[in-house]
Design a protein around this ligand. Structure first.
Ligand code: BGC
Length: 271
């Protein structure tokens, strides 16, 4: 068995990560397990990817399950939560991470391009956050954490940076920002903490085109003052910390994990 590499700040906690079979979701699922959590890895299409992450988590000595669900489908989300709670007894942490892009020039964007992105990135987040909050309230306080429950919404730098040819995606992330803040305001008195992470360019399948050739990589690096493309582990560590009691006084915030992408790097040489 691989030795844990992180302090066990999430010991005894039960987490659900949507979009957990690859990319940022996979990185977060493993990071939470390294910190002591048992994890449900929810996936849309890649059973192999999800099973691989489950195996990695089990090798850390934690429990894990792969569950298939389309987060934009109410019945799927209901079944996902039922299966997760049946497996682990309850949930302490939701990482609402599942998301996709369907890029198109605005004048050519189809209603389907628009709808698919809003349905998964925003409506899916609404459905998952609602069921997580209901479960936290149903089961009441647990000794594993100061909060009744924690939610991390996976947003993007594009909740603040407009993005040409991705109006659907940027609109979904702008929506995530005020969804997160509104429910954080509403549920803080119940001791439910809800925050977002705003990743910048993280090396995952969603943005392969932006980093796979040296030319694309150089162009992308111009947007990242810190001079490297992010890794899923960068987001995993941030999520682990936000869910831990070390962040117990933090709610309603977006933590940008972006190597400075939101710092208007074009202005570094004068305006
Ligand atoms: C997008 C990526 C993009 C990054 C920075 C993310 O939210 O999904 O495709 O590389 O933002 O622009």
């Amino acid at each position: 068995m691989q030795a844990p590499t992180q302090p066990q700040v999430l010991a005894g906690q039960k987490a659900l990560v949507t979009g957990g079979s690859s990319g940022i979701g996979a990185g977060v699922a493993v990071a939470l397990a390294q910190a002591g959590a048992d994890v449900v890895v929810a996936y849309h299409s890649s059973a192999d990817g999800a099973n691989e992450i489950v195996a990695q988590i089990q090798a850390l000595g934690r429990q894990a399950r792969a569950v298939k669900a389309d987060v934009s489908c109410r019945d799927d989300v209901q079944a996902l939560f039922e299966q997760s709670i049946a497996a682990f007894g309850t949930l302490d942490i939701l990482i609402s991470n599942a998301g996709l892009q369907r890029d198109a020039a605005f004048v050519d964007m189809t209603l389907q391009d628009w709808q698919q992105v809003i349905d998964t990135n925003l409506t899916g987040m609404f459905l998952c956050c609602q069921l997580a909050a209901r479960e936290f309230l149903r089961r009441g306080p647990r000794p594993v954490s100061r909060a009744l429950g924690k939610i991390v919404c996976m947003s993007s730098v594009h909740e603040v940076i407009p993005w040409a040819e991705r109006a659907n995606y940027a609109a979904s992330k702008g929506g995530v920002k005020l969804l997160m803040q509104s429910i954080a305001q509403e549920l803080a008195p119940k001791r439910i903490r809800i925050n977002s992470i705003g990743p910048g360019a993280i090396k995952t399948p969603i943005n392969r085109e932006a980093w796979e050739t040296p030319e694309a990589r150089d162009k992308l690096l111009e947007l990242i003052p810190y001079g490297r493309i992010g890794e899923p582990e960068d987001i995993g560590r941030a999520a682990m910390w936000l869910c831990s009691d070390a962040a117990d006084y933090i709610t309603g915030q977006t933590l940008f994990v972006d190597g400075g992408m939101t710092l208007y790097p074009e202005f570094a040489d004068g305006g």
